[in-house]
Design a protein around this ligand. Sequence first.
Ligand code: DGL
Length: 277
Amino acid sequence: MNASSPIGIFDSGVGGLSVLLEIRRSFASEDLLYVADSACVPYGDKSPQFVEARSVAIAEFLVDRNAKAIVVACNTATGAAITTLRSRFSVPIVGVEPAIKPAAEKTASGVIAVLATSGTLSSDKFAKLLARFGGDVDILIQPCAGLVEQVETGELHGEKVRALIAKYVLPLLERGADTIILGCTHYSFLAPLIREIAGPGVSIVDPNAAIAHELRRRLESNGLLSPDLRSGTERFWTSGAPDDVKPVISQLWNADVEVRRLPKRYCSQDILFRAPG
Ligand code: DGL
């Protein structure tokens, strides 16, 4: 593994592609490996142990493919697994968490809202985040069952997703929220619709630029930024059925891409239920 090696990125499904897009914008010459754990999506309603075991298996795959750094492009997996991943793997590991601090600095009404999966909102990591940065503002917590599944179908504008967003967002506005945090990488693809439903007076806070920034900092400090001048490549894997997942990845990535099946040894029930540690 060296500075010319690829960067590995994973999520429960296609949500992490929102992070991948930002990474591609910021790192033109890096080679990128992306894993969608589509056989196990959504992570949000699974146990932390399950999500941790899946995260370890996928990180093993990425390290076996020579990844020089790993981006956990999933708030739920970051909450459940980042400590274990950092203790098990020596490459830099960057996670994603709801951006409470920037939202608390931004709000004028003093009320901010977090949209996330129930897995993220019930994690110890999120409790610590609230304790650390949430002191001076009211924080409304909104689990958004069904939104991840909606993004997985690639249906980002239909009546069903519109109704779900209205159900989750409008009560937050009635309670005074003027800042909404996208605490799940899938929701970035719904940001235009959330913005439309919430109206112009509400700020939407998306952490993707901050993740790319942190990745640059970690690569630089480890001497791992790519020295190559050519355009970087992307490769995609799924634990689900490639034929089903390929159209949605191609839609969200804006290009017709090849999607391979994640090798069985990183998907087996043994790995799914193996206790990490
Ligand atoms: N993109 C994941 C996140 O950021 C979605 C989790 C899920 O699969 O429920 O939390």
